[in-house]
Structure formats: C-alpha cells, structure tokens
Design a binder for this molecule. Structure first.
Ligand SMILES: Cc1cc2nc3c(=O)[nH]c(=O)nc-3n(C[C@H](O)[C@H](O)[C@H](O)COP(=O)(O)O)c2cc1C
Length: 379
C-alpha cells in the first residue's frame, strides 16, 4: 500500500441541514472559502514526464471548484524533491508554472479557491523515478517499495542530509511558494505529513541526527518551522497552510511522543498566524484533543486513511467548534459535485481505487455529476 493512502473508501450518504456549519463560509487567512468542506490533496499520477501537470488537470480541478478550498495534489519543490510516484507534478520550472496558472484560472473562473500542496518526498523517493539519490534526516531506509517505471522495487538507503544542505531545502520551498502564487494560487500548503521529508525530521525514530535538526522536539521541529517561516516571509502568512499527521505515521516514521513533538512545532509557528493547520488524524484518539488544544487558528481535520468519511460526525465536530473545516479526499475524487449531493442528501459515486493513479481520463475527469446521471437516465 502506498503511504498515506487508503485503498477504498466507504461513502456515507448524508444530508446537510440548510444551516449546517460545514456549509457556512469561512475566512481562511487571505482566502474566503464559500463552505468548510475542503478537497484534500490527492496525488493522481497523471502529470507529464517533466513534471508539468496533465492537460486534463485544469478540467479535473475546475469540476471540483465548489469545494470551499481545493488543496492540490502534492507538488515537488525541486527535481530532487520528486520521486515517490511516477508522473507527479512539480513547481520549479517556468513550464510547470505556466500550466499551474491555467489550472488556477480554470478554478477561479468557476468560483473556486485553491492552495497548492508543496512537498519534498525525502527517503520515499526512488532513483528510478527521480533520477537522483533520495535524501533524509538519517541514512535509514523505509521498509517499503515504490512503483517505478519498471515495476515495484524496494526503497533504497537514503543519504543523510549534511547540515549545510538544509538551507537549500528551505530555499526550494520558498521559491516554489513564490512560483505558486505567481501562477495565481490562493496559497500553498506545506506537506509536513505522511512520512515525507518534513515528517521524517519530526520523527524520533527515523531522525537520528546529532546536529541542531535532531534530538529534542524543538530540534526535530526546526526544519518544518524554518520552511514555514521562509514561506510566510515570501508570500505572507495569510497564504500559508501546513499539513501534519501527528501520531499517524507511515511505517517507521513515528513519534514516540506525538504531543510533545508537535507542541514544539506548533508553539513556534502559532505566532506567525498562518491561514490554517491541516491535521490528518483519527479524531477518536486522545492525541486529537491534545493537538487541537495547541492550535489557536483555523483547524482543518482530515479523518484519516481507511475509515472513510462520516459527514454526520464531521458536522457535529464543526458545530461544537472542534474543527473549523474538514478536508475530504476520496469523496471529492469520485464526486465533483460533492457539495450539491450533500445538500440534497443524494447517493455518492464510489471511488475506484484501480484508477487512482492510472494514466488518462478514466477515473479522473469522468465521474458523473448528479445532473449528468439524470440526463443519462432520461436519454
Ligand atoms: C489517491 C490518493 C492520493 C493521495 N495523495 C495525497 C497527497 O498528494 N498528499 C497528501 O497529503 N495526502 C494524500 N493522500 C491522502 C489524502 O489526502 C487523505 O488524507 C486520505 O485519502 C484520507 O481521507 P479520505 O478518507 O477523505 O479519502 C492521498 C490519498 C489518496 C486516496
């Protein structure tokens, strides 16, 4: 199974009341979101070989513009940052930027709002995909395989980053954020979750450094915090979100004490006043309450990998004020008109895991809206 990725999602049909909290608008930093059901970042492996987004991506995202906020698929901040999956996009060349500008325009034309998720895959990268040897906090391989162009292969032992190389990683995030907003994105989400580079630094299991980036929670938080600070400096706090998955690691990317670990990070970045914190966590865990209590700003919840989305539960959380908004992945993947369906209480299309990462339009831009289904039935 791919990290951070569920294989199937039960879709729970649910009807929002007219006054549902999740249907109410929300100011998210500089961005006005028309509702609080955001589209979670979803890698779709349909980008061109050079990391330029697919020709179909503008249509795909525009179809989903009724989401309060679209968070794009994870997008590499540099060539070296790539390589966890084939055909994933980047935002480090003019050509990438130009295509992302077309996508942002298409979403804005439909009234949508969009943040780009920025990632560095760290030790999850495979040289057969990226063409470079992966880097990580420490030279510890993930006990996992990658889907390379020539089949499944084990991940390799990464090279531990030298301390002197770390400012270059921070600079790559900064430059990518600049390109993203220059392309017309409303903001960026820094990917600090799911076992990729920033999460690897947070983990006391796979980060065994002895410099200022390893050891104490404050040290392990340093790289993520420096990235957030640099990106805030570049594009403004109101256009920056951060995704984390505390206590919800992938493989050995875990924290023995997630609350202490993330307290160090959140204490440091909370005063910056970023647009939102996006947390991938099972909300029935006590860690959820502890992390929630640490964040004074907009708090976006994604309920995790295999449980599917329980909209009734999420609406209750929003009504209680436990969450400001929710991020939903597979239900948006399969239902471009998810909001309409939730308003009507209509049945949801089932996501087809077989086409999550398959090339081409099938399972990408061909999930029908309710209106299309009705037109088919009456034809
Ligand atoms: C096909 C697929 C691709 C994903 N790609 C990303 C990604 O690029 N970045 C990320 O942070 N999470 C990614 N995830 C995780 C989702 O954002 C989300 O956390 C997960 O699907 C659980 O939410 P859901 O039950 O609403 O689908 C992906 C999940 C799936 C199913």
């Amino acid at each position: 199974m791919k990290p951070g990725v569920a294989t199937s999602a039960p879709n729970v049909a649910f009807k929002f009341d007219d006054d549902a909290t999740l249907l109410a608008p929300l100011q998210v930093g500089d961005t006005f979101a028309a509702n609080r059901v955001f589209m979670a970042p979803l890698t779709r492996s349909r980008a061109q070989a050079d990391g330029t987004p697919s020709y179909l991506a503008a249509q795909y995202y525009a179809q989903r513009a009724s989401a309060g906020l679209i968070i794009t698929e994870a997008t590499a901040v540099s060539k070296d940052a790539n390589g966890a999956y084939v055909n994933t996009p980047g935002i480090y060349t003019d050509r990438h930027q130009q295509k992302w500008a077309d996508i942002a325009s298409a979403v804005h034309r439909e009234g949508g709002r969009m943040f780009m998720q920025l990632w560095h895959v760290g030790r999850m990268g495979h040289p057969d995909i990226s063409g470079v040897h992966p880097v990580a906090p420490s030279a510890i391989a993930a006990n996992m395989t990658a889907h390379t162009p020539t089949g499944r292969k084990p991940l390799v032992v990464p090279r531990a980053l030298e301390t002197e190389e770390i400012p270059g990683i921070v600079a790559d995030f900064r430059a990518a954020a600049r390109r993203a907003v220059d392309a017309g994105m409303d903001g960026v989400e820094i990917h600090g979750a799911n076992g990729y580079l920033l999460h690897e630094f947070q983990s006391d299991v796979v980060n065994q450094r002895t410099d200022a980036y390893g050891g104490s929670p404050e040290n392990r938080a340093r790289l993520t915090a420096e990235v957030v600070e640099a990106v805030v400096d570049e594009i403004g706090a109101g256009r920056v979100g951060l995704r984390i998955s505390p206590g919800n690691g992938v493989g050995d990317v875990q924290e023995n004490d997630p609350v202490a670990t993330y307290e160090a990070l959140l204490d440091r970045i909370a005063p910056l006043g970023i647009a939102y914190l996006h947390v991938l966590i099972d909300p029935t865990l006590t860690t959820f309450g502890a992390i929630r209590a640490l964040w004074p700003g907009v708090f976006v919840l994604n309920t995790g990998r295999n449980t599917g989305t329980d909209f009734c539960q999420l609406e209750s959380f929003a009504e209680w004020g436990a969450v400001s908004a929710v991020a939903v992945g597979r239900s948006y993947l399969a239902n471009p008109d998810l909001i309409d369906r939730l308003v009507l209480g209509a049945e949801l299309n089932e996501p087809d895991a077989a086409t999550f990462y398959a090339p081409g339009p099938v399972g990408y831009i061909d999930y029908p809206t309710l209106a299309e289904l009705e037109a088919r039935e009456s034809a």
